[in-house]
Design a protein around this ligand. Sequence first.
Ligand SMILES: [Zn+2]
Length: 347
Amino acid sequence: MGQSVLNPEELVAAPKEEAHDHESPKNTSKCLICNGSQITHFMTAPDRYHWRPEEYRLLRCSTCSHVWLANPPKPEEMGIHYSQEYHRAIMASGEESVEDRWGRQRDVVARLKKGGAILDIGCSSGAFLGMMKGGSWKLYGIDMEASTAAKAKAATGAEVFVGEALDAPFPAESFDVITGFDLLEHVYQPRPFLAKVLEWLKPGGIFYAGLPNIDSWEARALGTYWYGLELPRHISHFSPASLRHALNSLGFQEISLTTPYTTYIEDSVSYLCSRAIERIGIEPIPMSKRGPRSIPMRLVRKALQLSLAIPFTKIACAAGAGPSMEAVFRKNGSPRNKATGVLGGKA
Ligand SMILES: [Zn+2]
């Protein structure tokens, strides 16, 4: 793509005049993904990251296995759940050891597309976009935070829209690749959101998403202590089945859906330790207030690595039951691309 798909004055969201699809769902009787009405109670759990007492209720669709937050905070109330500490942790995790964090994702894109326009939704400070810098890519991003978006723009030269993704004024068929890492789980209404992604892709364009897997063995074993729950910031909790349902029903074509090696065990065990401390009357320090890993947590980490937990996680990931999914789907209509097979995880 030779020229910009956005005018500079379009890079900041216009003031809102009417309600949008990303407003919080009131619907607790229909599935957000398949519209099914066989809904069951899944679990009740608090925000363990900030160690706050409010409990949140999750529902599960018996038809497609999607899980979602029954009564999420309204968008205007979400600010207190995205603390400064949370933003700092997200930015730091994206920036530390960039090759380790984003090398595989860069290689996945490179195997499917040689260049063009790439949009990273929820681009944070631009760590992934930075990996795509140079070559024949024109870079675009979307982020909610103006200061974070400015950082991404300064670091990568990308055009970054500030605001809600559904408010971004990109024309239809603008992008060869759209990525969203740790994104879909934060979206209030995933179907309209994914429909917009489909609209923005050129025919044959690629959508590449990374997100937690509610159907993983870790999520099942750790229950309300599973780090991937991230309540109430995570509104949608996809399984491979519900993610496939969402994308296939909109007309996307699957290239791969894998669970590359990762684990949330250490942070989940940290939550369990905090609960144990709380039970003997000591107030735990929330994860949001902690600095770099303490010596006790480093010992826990080592013990876990030496135990069966980490090897078992590697096997589970290879078998498609890992705690984090990566999905690569294509918009139909490509005259020049064919599916290139399964994308392997990094062990
Ligand atoms: Zn469903």
